[in-house]
Design a protein around this ligand. Structure first.
Ligand code: FES
Length: 618
């Protein structure tokens, strides 16, 4: 085996148990080395020493503990360090726990677009061209255009790169060709009759997950779905951490853009393999995502989205060729990136509004759509008028600010039920618990409230003598915690607990949603009694137990409203735009009519937030 040659000032970092060794310069952080080694390790707070979740087992030449390590590590954890804090001072052995690696998230997928008339922008026309001879020396392109005119198609432009291939392609099958037509240009010329091979992919670029759905553009039929973790999570869990990553680095934006394009291309490969489709026959892709993700996708610096007064570079939709972004469908294929509404209301919310049809003027009902992902977006509609707001509700539900919180992936406690002094927990993927995800957190809070272990202010009371939960309520510092799963039931060998601070984080998220909803109702001049329907969108909306959510008042009570989960509506919006040019027009219209409400600017926001933090049906 070839041995890495060490330069002066370089040391060896060996990863166990694989034994892989890489060279690193003294003084670099272990995080930089781990990222270079492409281990797939997760750095939830972007390496700022805040989350304490990048623990690795080490041995060798390392710097002294930083204050942030002292805060997150107990002295009994021999050799355990925070990879983002520790600097290399000599040869090092590192062991990364499989628990720190990003694993496949639980994804919600759904059936194809059912509520849209299939009429895509892209269609195929078969032509049997008259062969040229000395009497008929008309040029190749004019020959095609003349035949297209007979089919009622005129005035389309053609890229030079396509013209260059023309002479060869039309002669490969004796002048029998299929022309691929976009709205304003010819996108492809294929030899023979390839009608029926016209495909597209709808992408939902989430902060955490990227989902792609392959569809037959002629029929609207869903062929395959594939989802992967957004590789940018290795840089940071939330968009602000990712923006911070690009600020001091010239190449930072390029890194984030190329990560997302790589993920998209991985999905293209998987989908075309699953669907037995050639990627050259995929001519269109649509994209929804939050405003920051859409900026990253386009390689546009979103730095001002993280700075007061939070201004995006662009909110218009973008149409570009696949080759211009390096998306590996047919290079002439078209990409449609949804319009954004504001800094924190992106194309994904336009997708939700499109898919739920809440923008229709003739709709007499008053509807509220709540999409809780990494951010919480809220839209209220009344007879075609739309108001929307964004709340910073997501981090708690994505596990970011919860001591043993994690995303909804393998090992996460997603369901909790207390029964006769016993606790039943549901863990994603079965097996032992690693931590708690958003739906688990809501269940636990609801159960703790029912058992009076917490009161409506969120306070965890101390254990009482004859308490059936005595064993589980423990003291931690000055406050109490609740042991949800004992150490023998947990994958890490330490108990999974809910701390007082975790409950506070949930309350803050809940308060933000409550305040957002109330301020939108006020803006629209509507009272809760008048709301007809509450739509819970997003994967999270589909997994939370509505009873638990209602019992802690996560969604305020609407006496007359029907509460309905609408699944991954943003993704459905992207699907609709893929198969229907009419849906694209609607998406454009939605983005211009939605009124964005900046919650922080409301004089009532703080009061409403505090009011909404109470854990009770409200
Ligand atoms: S503490 Fe290291 S990534 Fe958060």
């Amino acid at each position: 085996m070839k041995k890495n040659k060490k330069r002066k000032n370089q040391v060896r970092i060996t990863f166990y148990p694989e034994g892989k060794t890489i060279l690193a310069s003294m003084g670099t952080t272990l995080r930089e080395v781990i990222q270079k080694a492409q281990t797939g390790m997760n750095f939830p707070c972007g390496g700022r020493g805040l989350c304490g979740k990048c623990k690795v087992k080490t041995e060798g030449g390392l710097s002294l503990q930083t204050p942030s390590e002292q805060k997150h590590l107990s002295s009994s954890e021999g050799g355990i360090r925070l990879a983002c804090q520790v600097r290399i001072e000599g040869d090092v052995r590192v062991e990364i726990s499989p628990l720190s690696l990003t694993s496949f998230p639980k994804i919600l997928t759904q059936g194809a677009a059912s509520k849209v008339k299939v009429k895509p922008d892209i269609r195929k026309v078969y032509l049997a061209l008259p062969s040229p001879d000395l009497e008929n020396q008309i040029d190749d392109l004019s020959r095609i255009k003349r035949e297209l005119k007979k089919e009622g198609v005129d005035g389309l432009s053609v890229d030079l790169s396509l013209i260059r291939e023309l002479a060869r392609v039309i002669r490969e099958d004796n002048f029998r060709i299929t022309v691929v037509l976009g709205r304003k240009k010819i996108l492809g010329i294929e030899k023979g009759d390839t009608r029926g091979k016209n495909f597209g992919i709808a992408f939902d670029i989430g902060t955490t997950t990227v989902v792609g759905v392959l569809l037959d553009l002629d029929t609207g039929e869903e062929i395959a779905t594939h989802a992967i973790l957004n590789p940018q999570v290795a840089i940071g869990d939330d968009v602000v951490t990712r923006i911070r990553f690009i600020q001091p680095r010239r190449e930072g934006l390029r890194v984030l853009q190329s990560e997302i394009i790589k993920a998209i291309n991985k999905i293209v490969i998987e989908l075309t393999k699953k669907g037995k489709v050639k990627k050259e026959n995929v001519y269109k892709a649509t994209f929804v995502g939050n405003t920051v993700m859409q900026h990253f996708l386009l390689g546009i610096n979103p730095v001002n989205l993280a700075l007061y007064p939070y201004v995006p570079v662009i909110t218009d939709s973008v149409k570009v060729s696949a080759s211009s972004l390096g998306v590996r469908i047919n290079p002439h294929g078209e990409l449609y990136i949804f319009p954004n509404i504001a800094a924190f209301i992106g194309g994904d919310t336009v997708g939700v509004i499109l898919a739920t049809s809440i923008f229709e003027k003739r709709d007499k009902k008053i509807r509220l759509a709540v999409d809780i992902g990494t951010n919480g977006e809220i839209v209220l509609s009344k007879k075609g008028r739309l108001v929307c707001a964004s709340t910073a509700a997501g981090p708690a539900f994505e596990g970011a600010r919860i001591s043993q919180g994690m995303r909804a992936e393998r090992g996460a406690i997603e369901k909790v039920e207390f029964k006769n002094g016993e606790i039943k927990i549901g863990v994603i993927g079965g097996g032992k618990a690693r931590g708690i995800c958003g739906s688990g957190l809501i269940d636990i809070s609801s159960e703790l409230l029912k058992e009076s272990i917490i009161d409506s202010s969120g306070y965890i009371r101390p254990a009482k003598d004859k308490d059936i939960w005595k064993e589980r309520i423990i003291k931690q510092g000055k406050s109490n915690c609740f042991v949800l799963s004992k150490k023998e039931e947990s994958e890490r060998g330490i108990p999974v607990i809910i701390t007082q601070q975790d409950i506070r984080e949930l309350q803050l998220a809940k308060g933000a949603i409550y305040a957002g909803i109330d301020i939108l109702l006020e803006k629209m001049g509507v009272i809760r009694d008048e709301v007809d329907e509450v739509l819970l969108a997003g994967a999270f909306g589909s997994y939370i137990n509505p009873d638990s959510a209602c019992s802690i008042g996560l969604i305020p009570s609407f006496p007359r409203a029907e509460i309905r989960s609408v699944g991954n509506a943003a993704s459905l919006g992207a699907i609709m735009a893929l198969v229907s040019s009419e849906a694209v027009k609607k998406a454009e219209r939605i983005s211009t009519v939605v009124e964005y409400v900046e919650l922080a600017a409301s004089p009532h926001f703080q009061d409403k937030l505090v009011e909404g933090m109470e854990l009770e049906e409200n």
